[in-house]
Design a protein around this ligand. Sequence first.
Ligand SMILES: NC(=O)C1=CN([C@@H]2O[C@H](COP(=O)(O)OP(=O)(O)OC[C@H]3O[C@@H](n4cnc5c(N)ncnc54)[C@H](OP(=O)(O)O)[C@@H]3O)[C@@H](O)[C@H]2O)[C@@H](O)CC1
Ligand SMILES: Nc1ncnc2c1ncn2[C@@H]1O[C@H](COP(=O)(O)OP(=O)(O)OP(=O)(O)O)[C@@H](O)[C@H]1O
Ligand SMILES: [Mg+2]
Length: 373
Amino acid sequence: MLMKDGMNSRLLLDCAKSCILASSPVFRRQQFLIRCVGGSIDHQPHSRNMQALRSIEVDSESLIRAITPALDPTRHKGQAGNIAVIGGCREYTGAPYFAAISALKIGADLSHVFCTKDAAPVIKSYSPELIVHPILEESYSVGDENKRSVSSKVLAEVDKWMERFDCLVIGPGLGRDPFLLDCVSEIMRHARQSNIPIVIDGDGLFLVTNNLDLVSGYPLAVLTPNVNEYKRLVQKVLSSEVDNVDAPQELLSLAKQIGGVTILRKGNSDLISDGDTVKSVSIYGSPRRCGGQGDILSGSVAVFLSWARQHILTADSNSNLSCKNPTVLGCIAGSAILRKAASLAFLNKNRSTVTGDIIECLGKSLEGISPAS
Ligand SMILES: NC(=O)C1=CN([C@@H]2O[C@H](COP(=O)(O)OP(=O)(O)OC[C@H]3O[C@@H](n4cnc5c(N)ncnc54)[C@H](OP(=O)(O)O)[C@@H]3O)[C@@H](O)[C@H]2O)[C@@H](O)CC1
Ligand SMILES: Nc1ncnc2c1ncn2[C@@H]1O[C@H](COP(=O)(O)OP(=O)(O)OP(=O)(O)O)[C@@H](O)[C@H]1O
Ligand SMILES: [Mg+2]
């Protein structure tokens, strides 16, 4: 293995782990299967693409060390982050929980969930750590004549808290009920007026793809599409099918076309662009694809984005970060921490790894890069 300039021992350890795992028959079979279905699900099957990805790979560990705040005894509750997840309905209670608890496990001080009335007791029962607001309503529980008043009530409830949040995560487990999505559109408009960053995932992406004006031209918006969500976004915005040969260029065009929002395209490498620059995070994660990993990512990105914003505001001009966009920095850091946690969880649990196991490794994953003391 060649030692590159500046490659530290941790990176070498990562490479060594990757090599050991890459030589295992199960993992090789997995990679083979992924390549077989290549074009449609994987955005790095082509050698041209792989070369391009290598050239835009970032040193995520240095970046994480730079933006992670010290555990300083002079700081008070809230200064390390107050995050709100808007999601959780009759069908889905796991996704908002995963996103909100991940924010706390990364190091945010407070994590809220705004969900439907049915989902709230369930989410509360998962964890006393979360602050759960049972305020959203779906069409089945609201008569047509009440829609306007219910909608104003929902918005007033969220507005009471809005200014206190460092970032909103909109969409994990939100569902697709039209009335609920109308209310969430209003919440997004208010967040935007207050200059609060928004991470949009899951059903939030379903909403935004059909209403691009909600995020278009808002530099504090982050979209985190998975393979299906990305396909829908490309079809809608670029009026074409996904191009797996020149993935970075396509992502750049997409982000630019939506007015400079930041997009994190999830896959075997995570690709990030704000329409100006493209970065890749390819550090080894896990071959396990259990549902919920995207939810961990959205909660993690929200915290790192808030920290990056704080860092940029307070750092002197000598700060040696090559990129100064907090949304891009948040995406890089969130992706790297999730992938490291997934790899740690997989080392212990192998095929039985589930999302909860990965969440339990988030702290260790960050500690390995930026120790608390
Ligand atoms: N433990 C949990 O609680 C977890 C909950 N999760 C939550 O699940 C939600 C969906 O996220 P996902 O990742 O399954 O969406 P995705 O890959 O686009 O779709 C897959 C296929 O399903 C279909 N489809 C989806 N919704 C539909 C609907 N309402 N009605 C009809 N069809 C629908 C979809 O169809 P299409 O959109 O292509 O028409 C596609 O074929 C989201 O809120 C997420 O946060 C996850 O985070 C995992 C852990
Ligand atoms: N093929 C892959 N190889 C390695 N890692 C991957 C692969 N696909 C996704 N990941 C990792 O898993 C994370 C979540 O991506 P995924 O596509 O599972 O999101 P999702 O479908 O939105 O998840 P969720 O089930 O939470 O909705 C990505 O950020 C990436 O780090
Ligand atoms: Mg998802």
